[in-house]
Design a protein around this ligand. Structure first.
Ligand code: C2E
Ligand code: MG
Ligand code: MG
Length: 550
């Protein structure tokens, strides 16, 4: 019966005497080893287990052992087996024979590995996933040792405008592209470096033992150049740009913090114009903290209390009559009045601009209604700056209409100024919204004309009534032939298109005269009147009126 049991089982059973010679090798074991081992020593891993157990028993150890062992077949293939080994003693307590029973568990092990792999890998690219990355950063950070020349570098890589590719060519192309990119990035780094997929179009590279900051930035440059050649996917040649943020840790730090720093640097790379790498350094740490402070101060600000509008008159050049004013936002922060340069970007990026902008529109229109009541001011127009983000906001048109309704001013007396650089990202949406505003009578002005990438494109793709010639073209144009020629060309172009030109930032009499000579219709600037409070504006309007009368 016992022999039936031994021969019938799938388990490998090998019995050996205390000298190590096999006394029984069952059918399964004979098949596995390719022959019956009876009479010879078992030189396999099972034999090693048996003799080790026997030896340990002689030293006073236990007589039984179980555990998983890698077992090499005669053809060299490795099988994982679960082993149960026992030293059996005779009546006098001496070792009689050793039994080793081994069960093939390689399938279970393989399945376990598969599951583990699934949990730790990104299925699309087969790169380590975010969770694995965190673990690896933590380990690497903890291992930063006493050697001051061995840093840890983290590269946060974000593809530029991947969404556009995905939307235009489809997800299948997008997926293949991500795979191809992950392959190229892996070739750009050392074999020991970890390349992981962090999110949709984000990859993070972890490099240990980086000797210097330069070595870290060199990795970023290599990644950039390896991605430079176009990717060919389903017949499309796709050019990929990346923005890379680099954080270098010289001493153990929180994985989360290192990642956040690299992410912050990546954002800076993006906002500085994409397609480049930026290193997280002291300067960036400081500006990030400042930005954070600005944001929380701006969030808690009560618009009516802390925000204020200043106004800059716009004059018609042939008569020097004030025809309108531009509303310019000011924020009273810690008792100091600050200009939009210090907070507008934060407001736009965080969406705070929507509520701030709504306040500006309400306030400006209410002010216009009051100003128009003044003698000789019934014709005044109001220009309001709006950011592209605001224009793209679904509630924007309603905000404008409600401000018109509550102030009672005519839409024909209001212009919206949009900067062309800001329009770039949302041009299609913006164009539609601006068109609908024009339909109800508002004028649309392109602000800072000439400073963006595609000024001329906007002239024919966007609904525009007014072009505001950027200050940079006006400065020095009176004494510089080439600048003067550019100003002249823009004025001629806008006139041909039937648009009005407002020159910005006029600071000298010479500039004013030159603009008038070149046929520019309107101007504003410190020479005429700097942006000022409502009270100052009112006095300025009164002066103009009395000058006219005398
Ligand atoms: P902008 O619309 O081009 O406004 C003209 C800027 O030039 C104003 O700066 C004005 O004070 C300044 N300026 C006027 N004349 C001169 C001059 O002769 N010389 C010099 N050097 N500068 C002159 P400000 O008020 O600091 O506004 C900066 C920018 O912030 C504005 O540029 C506009 O793009 C934005 N902004 C202002 N108010 C708002 C607002 O309510 N909403 C939005 N979205 N943006 C605003
Ligand atoms: Mg403006
Ligand atoms: Mg401007």
């Amino acid at each position: 019966m016992v022999s039936g049991l031994l021969e019938g089982t799938q388990d490998l059973v090998v019995l050996s005497d205390p000298a190590g010679n096999v006394v029984l090798c069952n059918r399964a074991a004979t098949e596995f080893f390719g022959r019956d081992l009876e009479g010879e020593p078992d030189r396999s891993e099972l034999g090693e287990v048996a003799s080790a157990l026997l030896e340990s028993l002689r030293q006073g150890g236990p007589s039984r052992w179980s555990g998983d062992v890698g077992l090499t077949a005669p053809d060299g293939e490795l099988t994982t087996v679960s082993v149960e080994a026992v030293v059996h003693e005779d009546d006098s307590g001496e070792p009689d024979f050793t039994s080793v029973v081994a069960r093939d568990i390689s399938e279970r092990v393989e399945q376990h590995r598969r599951l583990e792999r699934q949990a730790s890998r990104d299925p699309l690219t087969d790169l380590p996933n975010r969770a694995t990355l965190f673990e690896r950063i933590s380990e690497a950070s903890a291992a930063i040792g006493s050697d001051p020349d061995q840093h840890l570098a983290l590269l946060f890589i974000d593809l530029d405008r991947f969404k556009v590719i995905n939307d235009a060519l489809g997800h299948s192309v997008g997926d293949q592209l991500l795979r191809a990119i992950s392959r190229r990035v892996r070739t750009a780094v050392r074999p020991g470096d970890v390349v992981s997929r962090f999110g949709g179009d984000e990859f993070v590279v972890l490099c240990e033992g980086v000797e210097s900051i330069d070595a870290a930035t060199a990795v970023a440059s290599r990644v950039e150049s390896t991605l430079q050649a176009p990717f060919r996917v389903e017949g499309h040649d796709i050019h990929v740009g990346v923005s890379i943020g680099i954080a270098v840790a010289r001493e153990p730090a929180d994985a989360e913090e290192i990642l956040r720093n690299a992410d912050t640097a990546m954002y800076r790379a993006k906002s500085d114009g994409r397609g480049q790498w930026v290193l997280f350094d002291e300067e960036l740490r400081r500006s990030t903290a400042e930005r954070q402070e600005t944001l929380s101060a701006l969030r808690t600000t009560r618009h009516g209390d802390a925000l204020e509008l200043h106004y800059q008159p716009i004059v018609q050049l042939d008569t020097m009559a004030v025809v309108g004013v531009e509303a310019l936002l000011r924020w009273e922060r810690d008792g100091v009045l600050v200009t939009p340069d210090s907070f507008m970007q934060v407001a736009e990026e965080t969406g705070l601009i929507s509520s701030i902008g709504a306040w500006v529109i309400e306030e400006a229109m209410a002010r216009l209604a009051v100003l128009r009541e003044r003698p000789g001011c019934g014709h005044l127009r109001m220009s309001v700056n709006v950011s592209a983000r605001q224009v793209a906001d679904p509630g924007f048109t309603a905000t404008v209409q409600s401000a018109l309704a509550s102030s009672g001013v005519s839409p024909h007396s209001v212009a919206m100024e949009v900067t062309e650089t800001a329009l770039l990202d949302d041009a299609v949406v913006a164009a539609a919204v601006l068109e609908s505003l024009r339909a109800i009578g508002l004028a649309v002005a392109i602000d800072d004309f000439g400073t963006g990438y595609s000024s001329l494109t906007y002239l024919h793709t966007l609904p525009v009534d007014v072009v505001k010639l950027d200050r940079s073209f006006v400065v020095g144009a009176a004494s510089d032939e080439r600048r003067r020629a550019i100003v002249e060309a823009v004025i001629g172009l806008t006139a041909t298109l039937g648009l009005a030109t407002v020159a910005e930032g006029v600071e000298t009499l010479e500039e004013l005269d030159m603009l008038r000579e070149l046929g520019c219709g309107f101007a504003q600037g410190n020479f005429i009147k700097p942006a000022c409070t409502v009270e100052q504006l009112e006095s300025f309007l009164d002066e103009g009126l009395s000058a006219e009368r005398s």
